[in-house]
Each structure stands twice: as structure tokens, then as C-alpha cells.
Design a protein around this ligand. Structure first.
Ligand code: 0X9
Ligand code: ZN
Length: 487
């Protein structure tokens, strides 16, 4: 009989019906997390410092785990499950309808700062995926440095959605005199928010209990993990993502096989953000590339410095996935955002928000308020720092239009830089300040295909500051460079 029960449990488990309970395994020996993943366990969080691993298992499997591991804790029901009374409205989290209402109201109340939601594509089941643009009327929003925030790529992680909602409210409420940082950010950057990157999975979770992580493409199994479906080192190994359709980290049949990742990829390519936050829950981490293996990027020093500064307020652990969680993740959004297409070059982070499972705040709004407040500083820091950053080291592909290093930098009077031109040539070349105002239009009629040396005599009276050189081809390709002017 007991054997039968174990067999049943294993079958349910293998079929990926993750309905169940979050169980914390304490004092798991180092290196065992990947072994659990290989067995098909749904790992929901890992804390290498405090030494625990949380897994989502079917309730019936708990006695099994008790026999197998000496020290387990069954976490509160509301951590893993959306309770019946909240199955229509996600409790204190914002349901899909409440999200849309919130973003529309924000735009109506602050029409100078927030645009109404704009559809950027459709999900597998045909739901709209939308974005909201936030910026002030100062300068040209198309030329202010863009920064992207997205949440709910994993359907059961509404905490990240709460954080982006809170940040948008904070920015708009504080623009006029409340907090000068809010004014600085909206005057000097253009923020894009995609609050529900996996609308099908999130909508499915409300009536179904809230366990579902992936999208709703059930062609081969029970969905694709949208944070394993990106086209950089996709399927690098079978531990950091799974080839098995029933697994929670199933990577799909090909890179970008899923409409949701295609939509977000194309949006990223169209706005070309300089930095992004891919919000997840939970555990208190700020992760950065690479995640497909344990190697450091050429920009490790910058990532670590930024990560440490961003987490100086909330005490989150800043590091790479492998260092922080003891496991790797291939085909995730941040690896592609940093390295995809040869060199996407985005300073991309994965925050893992809060310490209360996936739905811990559903009946306790103070928990949500706490982690939102915890994360605000990370967002502010990133928005205030990324625009002044002169660019990643990376390893680059040959772009059609490339602005070379400006010399000397800082510039005192004469700025010199190279401009490589190929493809359709260069239609526009201009210098902008950080608020997006054009400082100078440079002539493009004498440019030749190949390398050009440009000399620009900075007009007297141009104030000290950070300046951006932007070249645009007739085919829409762009190249950019930056320099600091000291007077
Ligand atoms: O496994 C994931 O996709 C993320 N954890 S979660 O519990 N929210 O599912 C971590 C991804 C790690 N990615 C990076 N470090 N970039
Ligand atoms: Zn996640």
C-alpha cells in the first residue's frame, strides 16, 4: 500500500501537477540543489547563507520528504496558494483587471507623466501584453535614456508586479515637490513598464490556486518557462533548463518559441533600454548575468558594484545566479538582454523580492508594502545611475553605425570621435544632453562608408555635464556614444 502511495505521488509529481505546498528543507548539503532539480523538483527559493532550499511539492509528498530529510518545515499555506476567498481578485495583489484599471487611472491622473497602456503584442492565448511609458515633458522622451521594468514573467510571482506599481505611484506622486529624485528620474529618463509579461499564466492562476509558473502553451506539456526561452545559451545544459515539457523549467522547443518572449524581445530591441529589472519573487536577491553557467561577464566589476550599492538599503544578496542560488538558469531574460544578438549590452538585473513565498501578502497588505518599500531604493538607484554610465565592456558584434570612444574624455573644448558607417549610411548625427534636448546637429553629407573621424568644437557656453552622441541610419539603425564635458 505504501509503495502504491509513493508510486502515485511520483506519477503526479512527474506529470508536473505542482498543486501543493511550499516545504523548506533546512541544512541541505552543499551542491544538492542541482541534484533536486535533476530529480524534477520545483525549486521555489534557495538561501545559501541561511542554508535552506524551498520546494513546491504535492501535499501528499510531505511524509516522504520528512523521511528523506532530517529538518523540514512546511511553510504557510498562503505562501504557495491563492486562497479560495482571493481566487477572483488575487487578494491584496493586483488582479489583471485591477492592473489595467490602475495603469489607466495613473495615466488619467498624471497625463503629463504617464501614458495610457499601449499593446506591444499578444500572448499564446491571444491576451494583450501592454507597456506603460513614464517620463516628464522635459526634453524629448525618445532621446532620454530608456530603462525597462517588467514583472510576472513567472505567473505565480505577483510580488514583482506590486513593486512596479508602487514605483510608478512613487514617481508620479513625488514628481511635484515630494522627492527631488522622482523629478530627476522622470526629467532625465524614459521608463517603460511591462507589468504582466505572462498574462495567460497569471489569469489562469487566479481561479486555479496559484501554483502555475509557466505560460499556457500546453501543446506538449503544461507550459513553457518564459525565463528559460530566451536566445542566449538557450539549452546550454539540461539542469539550468529542462527539455521535459512537464518540468517547471521547460525551455520550449526552440529559442523564442513562445509569443510572450518574442513580444518582450522585440520591445526590448525597439526601445533599446540601457538597463532593466526583470522582477521575480522570492528570497531577497538581486541577480545579474551570467546565469547560464558560473562565469563572470566582462562587466562583473560594474555589475557587482551596482548590485552592492542597490542593495545597501534592503540588504538583499547581490550576485550571479550560481553564486546566490547554487543553481544555474539558461535561456533567461537577463543573459540575453546583456549578451544576446552579439551584444545587447543592457545592464540587466533579476530582483527576487520578499520573503513570504509567492502569495504571502494576499491577506496582509503590510507585507506587500514592506517589500515594495525595500525595492524602491534599488529602482531609484538604478534610474539615477544608469544614465551617467558610459557603457559596458562586453564583446561586440560589428554594428552598422558605431560611435567610437570620445577623446579626450572628459572633453574640455574639442571632442573627437570615430563614426563607422555601413548599411544605409548615416542620416542623422546629433549631440543631446541627458534630458534629451538637442545641443548640436552635425552634418552627415560628407560621411563616407567605413571609418570617419569627427571633430566637434563644443560651443562656448555649453554647460559641463554628460552628453550623448547619437547616429541614426535611414534604416532606423542607431549608434550612440557618450562623453563628459568639463568646463
Ligand atoms: O529560476 C528563475 O527563473 C529565477 N528564480 S525564480 O524562483 N523566480 O524562478 C532566477 C533566475 C536567475 N536569473 C538570473 N540570475 N539572471
Ligand atoms: Zn521567477
Amino acid at each position: 500500500m505504501r509503495k502504491m502511495l509513493i508510486l502515485c505521488v511520483m506519477v503526479i509529481f512527474a506529470a508536473g501537477l505542482s498543486a501543493g505546498r511550499i516545504v523548506r528543507i533546512n541544512s541541505l548539503p552543499q551542491g544538492s540543489v542541482t541534484a533536486l532539480m535533476e530529480e524534477g523538483f520545483d525549486i521555489t527559493s534557495v538561501d545559501m547563507v541561511r542554508g535552506y532550499t524551498d520546494v513546491m511539492v504535492p501535499e501528499e509528498m510531505i511524509p516522504e520528504l520528512e523521511l528523506r530529510f532530517p529538518d523540514i518545515e512546511v511553510m504557510p499555506l498562503e505562501w504557495g496558494e491563492l486562497l479560495a476567498e482571493n481566487s477572483k481578485n488575487a487578494g491584496y495583489y493586483y488582479s489583471p483587471d485591477e492592473n489595467l484599471a490602475f495603469w489607466c487611472t495613473l495615466a488619467a491622473d498624471h497625463s503629463d507623466l504617464a501614458d495610457t497602456p499601449v499593446n506591444i503584442g499578444q500572448s499564446y492565448l491571444g491576451e494583450d501584453i501592454y507597456m506603460i511609458k513614464l517620463t516628464s515633458p522635459i526634453g524629448d522622451s525618445d532621446y532620454k535614456p530608456p530603462i525597462l521594468f517588467n514583472s510576472l514573467i513567472h505567473a505565480r510571482e505577483p510580488g514583482g508586479n506590486s513593486v512596479v506599481i508602487d514605483f510608478a505611484m512613487w514617481l508620479t506622486d513625488n514628481y511635484d515637490g515630494g522627492d527631488t529624485r522622482a523629478a530627476w528620474i522622470l526629467d532625465n529618463t524614459t521608463l517603460y513598464i511591462v507589468p504582466i509579461a505572462n498574462p495567460d499564466g497569471y489569469a489562469y492562476n487566479l481561479p486555479s490556486g496559484g501554483y502555475h509558473r509557466k505560460n499556457m502553451n500546453f501543446t506538449l506539456g503544461d507550459g513553457v518557462d518564459l525565463n528559460r526561452n530566451w536566445g542566449y545559451e538557450w539549452g546550454y545544459d539540461n539542469i539550468g533548463s529542462s527539455p521535459k515539457p512537464s518540468d517547471d523549467t521547460y525551455r520550449g522547443t526552440a529559442p523564442f518559441s513562445e509569443p510572450e518572449t518574442q513580444v518582450l524581445r522585440d520591445f526590448i530591441l525597439s526601445v533599446n533600454p540601457i538597463a532593466l529589472m526583470n522582477y521575480h519573487t522570492y528570497g531577497g536577491y538581486l541577480l545579474f548575468p551570467y546565469s547560464y553557467n558560473n562565469s563572470a561577464t566582462p562587466d562583473q566589476t560594474t555589475f557587482q558594484a551596482w548590485g552592492s550599492a542597490m542593495t545597501s538599503y534592503n540588504g538583499y544578496y547581490a550576485g550571479r545566479c550560481g553564486q546566490a542560488l547554487g543553481y544555474n538558469a539558461n535561456g533567461d531574460q537577463v543573459d540575453w538582454s546583456y549578451s544576446g544578438n552579439g551584444m545587447q549590452g543592457i545592464m540587466a538585473f533579476t530582483p527576487e523580492v520578499g520573503d513570504n513565498g509567492f502569495w504571502g501578502g494576499q491577506n496582509d497588505t503590510t507585507l506587500i508594502e514592506e517589500f515594495c518599500e525595500d525595492c524602491r531604493y534599488m529602482n531609484i538607484w538604478l534610474c539615477m545611475t544608469a544614465p551617467g554610465f558610459t557603457g559596458i565592456t562586453g564583446e561586440s558584434i560589428e554594428p552598422l553605425l558605431a560611435v567610437g570612444q570620445v577623446t579626450p574624455n572628459p572633453v574640455v573644448g574639442l571632442a573627437s570621435f570615430s563614426l563607422s558607417v555601413s548599411g544605409s549610411g548615416c542620416a542623422d548625427l546629433a549631440i543631446y544632453d541627458t534630458t534629451g534636448r538637442i545641443i548640436a546637429d552635425l552634418p552627415t553629407d560628407e560621411l563616407v562608408s567605413g571609418e570617419n573621424q569627427i571633430l566637434w568644437n563644443v560651443p562656448a557656453g555649453t554647460p559641463s555635464g554628460l552628453y550623448i552622441i547619437r547616429a541614426r541610419g535611414a534604416d532606423g539603425t542607431t549608434g550612440a556614444g557618450r562623453f563628459t564635458l568639463l568646463r
